[in-house]
Structures are given as C-alpha cells and as structure tokens.
Design a protein around this ligand. Structure first.
Ligand SMILES: [Zn+2]
Length: 511
C-alpha cells in the first residue's frame, strides 16, 4: 500500500473527532439532527484548523444511510464513497489553483441536476476568496436560488475578501486556532497508534511550532518520524527541524545579555554553519527570553524548555533584569516584518543582537583624514569645521546620530564608523558592504539624511562607504556611476525633498 500521510490517515471522520472546534461541531450536529442544514456555509479560519475536514464530515452526515444521531456511520456505501474521495456528488473546488472560472461555469450548468448517487450534492470550495469576480457572480446567481438538493461550503483563510453579497447568503463559522495543549494531546495519540517513541517535550515543541494549526503539527510530526526513525528525543527534534537546541539558546542569550558581542556572533556563526534556520533561531530566542523573564519573577509555565536549560534561563533572567530582556525581545520582534519583506535573516539578526545588547565601552575611533573627491562634478575643498560644528566633537555627534535614528535603521550603524565630517560632508564607513547596501535603500537613506541634517546641520550631505577589505559579506555594494544613481526616481525624489545635490554610495577604492 502506498504511504499515506499521517495527516490523511488521522483526519477527523466524525464531529466527535474534531479537535478544538467544539462549538461549531455542536451547532452543525444540531442542524443535522433537526434537518435544518443550511444551503450555504462559510467556514473561515487559519489553515489547518479543520475547515475542509468539517465540510467532509458534514457531507457524510447529510448523506449517510445509517446515521447515528448526527454522526455519520462511516461504513455505509455513501460514507465509504465520500471518505475514499470517489464520490461524484461531492465536488471539491480549489479556488487557489485555477481561480475557479471553469468550475463555477460548469457548476451553474450542472447544479440543477439531481445527485447521481448521494442524497445531496455537496460543493466544497476551498480558498474561496481566490475566486475571480466572474466566478463570484456566477456563484451568487446560484446562491440566490439554491436548488434543494445542493449544499455549498465555502472555506477561506481570508473571509474579508469574500464579497458581502456572497457572504450574506452563507451561514458563517469562524474556526479558532487550536490550543497548543490540544494539538500536543492529539499528536500524542497519533504517536501511540503509530508505535513510535517521541518524548513529550518534542510533542510540546511541535504543537507550539504549529501555532494553532493541527495540520501543520501533524505534518511536522510526519516529517520527523520519516527522518528520525523510531525514537525521537527533544535534541534530535531540534536538530531535524533546524532549530537551535536549548543549550545554544541559553548560551547565546547569556552572551547577549552580558554584552559579549564577539561570543554572541560566534554562537550565531556556529549555528549558521551547522545548517540552522535563522528564522527558527529568532523564534527560539524569543521563547527563551520570554521564559527567562517569567522565571525571573518565579513563574513557570507549560512551554518551558525544562531541565538545565530552564535553570540557565532563570539565572540569565535574574542577572539581566527585565528591561534588558524586554529590549532584546522588542528588537527581535521588530525583525518579523523585515523578514517577511525578504531581508537577509542572518544579517538582520546580527544587527539586532548587536544593537540591543548591553554595550561595552568602545575606544573612540579615530577620524580619518577625508580624501578630497569630486562629487557631482564639484570639487570639494576641505575647510576647517565651523565654530558651531566644533561645539560637538565628531564622536559625540556620531552617538547623537545613532540615537536619533529609529531602531532598524540605527542598527545598521552599529558596525560602521564616521569616517569624515567636514564641510557638510558626512562620510560613513561600513564594515560590512551589505549593511551599506541596506542603508542605501531609498527609505533608509531618506531617514538617515534627515537625521544627519538634524545633527550635522541643514546643509549636510551623506556619503556611504563600504570597506570591502574588512568585510565578511560576499556581496559588494554595487558600483554605480553617479549619473545613473541620480536617474533613479526614488533618489530623485529624496534629493528633491531634501534639496540634496550629492548622495551616493562609493565602494572604497572604486570611488
Ligand atoms: Zn454512513
């Protein structure tokens, strides 16, 4: 027999099997028992919360030849046909794959015919919000005068995208995220049936990673069992999922809260080299910080890492204090939207950690003598700083600049230095070309220029320089001729807005 995924194998087959959706199951059971099934339902909720499983159970309950109360028997011809996926009168349309135009056109034709085998035709339209306007209009016509022998179930993760005209003709159920404990318990029962050994900590971890989606939880378990064999410990689970093991999390958090940047980055490097997933590391760190903060006030909950790791986190929590943990936690949370935009996860984590850890005092970086350069066709001469500018020493201004910038932008300056600040030209030298590149993004650049002008005077201009020799990143800052960069519409806009004449990125040695 072909391998059946655990998700399909353990899919709920009765209302009683459904996990975490008790209110919905009860309402539907009542409707079935009282013969008051609606013509159209709208099931909304995040993925993996039981929407299509419920739709199929409902289809069986409506068509079962030997129903027990509201529950389908599971063994009559109709139940078997539906369960096997062969029922011609159960039509499943995946609106995400082809947006449903042909199917809905087809549906309008065929919906008037009586079911071939079953008592009622059931249409399950998954990801219904993806239907085209044309398809929605066709569907609406059918919903306005639904034939007696048809039941529609629209399932969607984005109910707000369903036209009101359609939604208002459906009975709506909102599927909740399934509680972590319920997912863990269900995974435990699967593990028992499958006769594999998975420790409870691993199951709790999977349940947490599933974030309310039973399907995600079961899929992860399936993946682990097929990779990890018959016995899974929490260490092995971490390893297989690319998660940081608890010891790594504790060590990293300890270094970060002690302000040991070098060791923190080294831990990150080791994790990265071992093939770890940086996004998962961020999630792991968030969980560890949460636990450290809770343990420091004497609160212990079900999601703890347990054992030596928890003891370590408790020590860190007490030593670092709540504010330091909160700062770090906030910084990591702020990464999430940037990651979604496709930012380099490792780079972002580096700057986030660096900018949020307790800073050891650095030696003042000597200001290099700026080279005289032609910028925008205009020769820069190097006069002494004017009296007003001399009031604040360059390093004090540099600190002030970093303070002024909002977090994600300011973080990019952690490993940069002020190479020159003369004659209104503020040259910033980045250790890592990739940081310079990020700073050179239109929005960051604009934010930086505003802050620079607040600190260095309204006429100040900015030059970003990347030091490729010292850098570890392989991606150099693209060398662009000043002519082409000035043609960039975003640059133009920024330059107009700030009345700038010179704004450019110069890889060192190429300028
Ligand atoms: Zn049956």
């Amino acid at each position: 027999m072909a391998y059946q995924t655990l998700y399909l194998k353990y899919r709920s087959q009765t209302f009683g099997d459904l996990v975490g959706q008790d209110a919905i199951a009860q309402t539907l059971k009542n409707a079935v028992e009282q013969g008051r099934v609606a013509h159209a339902y709208l099931f909304s909720g995040v993925r993996g919360t039981g929407k299509t499983s419920t739709a199929r159970i409902l289809a069986k309950a409506i068509n079962c030849l030997n129903r027990k109360g509201a529950e389908p028997c599971g063994v009559c011809a109709n139940c078997v046909e539906i369960t096997s996926g062969a029922a011609v009168d159960l039509i499943e349309i995946d609106a995400a794959s082809n947006r449903g135009i042909d199917e809905i056109r087809d549906l309008r034709e065929r919906v008037k015919y009586l079911p071939a085998v079953l008592k009622a035709k059931i249409y399950i339209i998954d990801e219904a919000h993806m239907l085209t306007t044309e398809a929605f209009n066709a569907l609406l016509k059918t919903l306005e005068e639904p034939p007696a022998h048809v039941v529609f179930v629209l399932a969607t993760t984005e109910p707000h995208k369903i036209p009101l005209t359609v939604a208002s003709r459906c009975q709506r159920f909102d599927f909740r995220r399934i509680e972590t404990g319920s997912i863990a318990a269900h995974l435990a029962s699967i593990v028992e049936h499958e006769q594999v050994k998975v420790d409870p900590q691993s199951l709790a971890l999977l349940a947490r990673l599933a974030r309310g989606s039973m399907r995600d939880g079961i899929t992860l378990l399936d993946q682990l069992i097929s990779q990890g064999g018959e016995e899974l410990t929490v260490q092995k689970t971490h390893e297989l999922l690319g998660l940081a093991d608890p010891d790594t999390l504790v060590r990293m958090l300890a270094y970060a809260t002690e302000g040991d940047a070098a060791q923190t980055l080294e831990e990150l490097q080791r994790f990265y080299d071992a093939g770890g997933d940086v996004r998962q590391l961020v999630r792991g760190l968030l969980g560890a910080i949460r636990e450290a903060a809770l343990l420091s006030v004497g609160y212990r909950d079900a999601e703890s890492l347990g054992g030596a790791a928890s003891a370590g986190l408790e020590r860190i929590g007490r030593a670092a204090g709540r504010n330091a943990l909160l700062g770090l936690w906030k910084g990591l949370m702020e990464m999430e939207p940037e990651l979604r935009k496709g930012a380099d996860a490792r780079l972002l984590l580096e700057v986030t950690l660096l900018s949020n850890m307790t800073q050891p005092v650095h030696a003042v970086v000597p200001v290099a003598a700026p080279t005289v350069e032609a910028v925008g066709g205009e020769r820069l001469i190097e006069p002494a700083m004017d009296a007003e500018a001399a009031v604040l020493a360059p390093d004090a201004r540099w600190d002030a600049l970093k303070q002024k910038l909002p977090k994600p932008v300011g973080s990019l300056l952690m490993e940069a230095r002020l190479a020159a600040a003369t004659d209104g030209l503020v040259r910033i030298e980045f250790r890592y070309p990739a940081h310079a590149e990020l700073m050179n993004g239109p929005k960051n650049r604009e934010t930086l220029l505003t802050a620079v002008r607040e600190v260095f005077g309204p006429e100040a201009r900015v030059e970003l320089v990347a030091d490729e020799k010292k850098g570890v990143s392989a991606a150099p800052v693209p060398a662009r001729a000043s002519g082409s960069i000035a043609d960039d519409p975003l640059v133009k806009e920024a330059m107009n807005r700030f009345d700038a004449t010179n704004l450019r990125v110069t890889p060192r040695g190429r300028g």
